[in-house]
Design a protein around this ligand. Sequence first.
Ligand code: ATP
Ligand code: ATP
Ligand code: CA
Length: 220
Amino acid sequence: MKREFAVIGLGRFGGSICRELSEEGMEVLAIDTQEEKVNEFKEIASHAVIADAQDEKVLKELGIRNIDHVIVAIGDNIQASILTTLMLKELGIKKITVKAQNDYHEKVLNKIGADQVVHPERDMGRRIAHSIISNNILDHLELSDDHSIVEVKAGTKMIGQNLVDLDIRANYGCNVVAIKHGKTNEINVSPMATEVIEPGDILIVIGADKDISRFEKHLV
Ligand code: ATP
Ligand code: ATP
Ligand code: CA
């Protein structure tokens, strides 16, 4: 079953969503005020139209009401992003995802009922900052304000030990959800407690930030 999406705003972020959805075989209506942006997506999206999404009449004419999920990726024009979101909400769109430009924008979007607010520049910045702080942290994914998943290179203290020896859950309150073996490139998504950690292994660890921090300090 093909699901229907609309992407409003075809900048780098919206454009990338549009491309990926289309490549995954989804029906996508691509909308932008700029003709050249729309032309760029003519061959990629199912439909690409030049339109100002702030105009309620335009949104209705485009049949946006029949679309399951609308992504608002209007960037710098915060007013246009808010007005568009509000109108989509009033038209009864089931799911609205909006890119926020800053924390105040995010607050307003949540208040007016956006279902999902994303903050790609801020979040990507945070992920990269974590990997810059420690050479052993390869990636960091925030699950909530105080929980994360991190991808870490096995530290020297871990080598030759297994999860029971290290007693990670008891000592640090975190769970190792997967181990990527450097040698074989295999990934074990539910490691046994007896699995021995070898040089070059990468651990995927989930937990509270404060626990992950302790884990990193002592073992990575
Ligand atoms: P990115 O960082 O993702 O490249 P951005 O955050 O810099 O984008 P803008 O370039 O300001 O965002 O806006 C993204 C796109 O949204 C632009 O292509 C712009 O033409 C389009 N856009 C702005 N206002 C509207 C509107 N009212 N209706 C439809 N599209 C709009
Ligand atoms: P627990 O009482 O903590 O639930 P358990 O009964 O599951 O332990 P084992 O599976 O043998 O016992 O694991 C013993 C210890 O090894 C756990 O307490 C934990 O500290 C550590 N451990 C095992 N698997 C993991 C894992 N995936 N991530 C982190 N620590 C683990
Ligand atoms: Ca931008």
